[in-house]
Design a protein around this ligand. Structure first.
Ligand SMILES: [Zn+2]
Length: 320
């Protein structure tokens, strides 16, 4: 069953949203929302009683545009899931009002991390000459999660249950994916990116590939990445292999088995992503500190004390 309410006049939406932002229905009542900005991919899963919104975009305005688009498909109450704490995945949540917001990291973490990211990304957008977007990022009200996911949580949307699953260490230290078992869909967050190299800035390059392999063990036919077009299991499997090859190159550079130049030339995601992965590995495992200077040369064991038998030659033994 597909609900298309069509209540909203698109032309009336005053918020910024890319002209080519669009829905892709990837399975029965499961949608991916493709955005021009950052080539991002948000998600929507609709049950009989409520719907789950997966990530919310980079600003409150982007969130309003997304919420409006969701209301084109369903008027059921919503809950929100954050795949992780990077700003583009949750700065739009204020548009969704009071609702359950699921995430792996707690609210305090999101507030602290969001505050720093808001300043950093506003500065970056301003530097890129995108003043209006910078202002919006700076003004977005942060909505920390209020429902914590530890391990896996089954969320009943009415007639269908989705699984919110904590994974990683991987793309970061608070990754969560959303599985829709009855439709065979995996929303992978930024553990997978289609059309751009994965982002290693706060990643765990050695652990990341195993996390993806684990996620793919149920062979979901549809895999929705955090950026880029939805794809299938075989595409995801290919990217898991590239993540593993990148991890291997990082390890071999650390061991001195290949040079950094060789790794940059042969990394499957290209030189820039490989350099980021190598830098992140160095950051996570800095070279061991110089060995402490040896203590001043010890004098060694004292020379043996030789005790000579003292024999008094003056004693006349014959006297006894
Ligand atoms: Zn991310």
């Amino acid at each position: 069953m597909t609900q298309r309410r069509g209540k909203t006049d698109r032309a009336a939406v005053a918020y910024h949203c890319g002209m080519n932002d669009r829905w892709i229905e990837v399975a029965d009542r499961v949608w991916a929302r493709r955005l021009e900005e950052l080539d991002q991919t948000l998600g929507l899963v609709v049950g009989d009683e409520c719907c789950l919104v997966i990530d919310t975009g980079i600003t409150a305005e982007a969130g309003y545009a997304f919420a409006t688009a969701v209301r084109e498909l369903t008027d059921l109450p919503w809950q929100v899931a954050y795949t992780h704490d990077h700003f583009d995945h949750w700065f739009g949540t204020s548009a969704f009002g009071e609702s359950a917001v699921w995430a792996v990291a707690d609210g305090a973490h999101y507030v602290a991390s969001g505050d720093g990211q808001r300043k950093r990304w506003a500065a970056k957008y301003r530097q890129d000459g995108r003043e209006e977007e910078a202002r919006r990022i700076g003004a977005s009200r942060l909505v920390p999660p209020n429902c914590r996911v530890s391990g896996a949580v089954g969320l009943n949307l009415g007639g269908r249950t989705v699984v919110l699953r904590q994974v990683g260490l991987a793309h970061g230290d608070n990754d969560m994916v959303v599985e829709v078992p009855d439709a065979g869909v995996l929303f992978a967050g930024d553990l997978l990116e289609n059309g751009a190299p994965p982002s290693y800035g706060s990643a765990y390059p050695y652990e990341w590939p195993q996390a993806v392999e684990y996620l793919l063990s149920w062979r979901p036919p549809v895999v929705v990445p955090g950026h880029g077009d939805p794809a299938d299991y075989w595409w995801a499997r290919g990217q898991a292999g590239d993540l593993a090859e990148t991890a291997r190159l990082c390890r071999e550079v650390a061991q001195g088995f290949v040079t950094e130049e060789e790794a940059l030339a042969h990394g499957p995601f290209g030189a820039e992503a490989t350099a980021a992965a190598l830098a992140r590995c160095r950051e996570l495992a800095p070279p061991p500190p110089e060995p402490a200077p040896a203590p001043a040369a010890s004098p060694g064991p004292p020379p043996p004390v030789v005790v000579y038998d003292v024999f008094d030659y003056s004693v006349d033994l014959t006297q006894h």
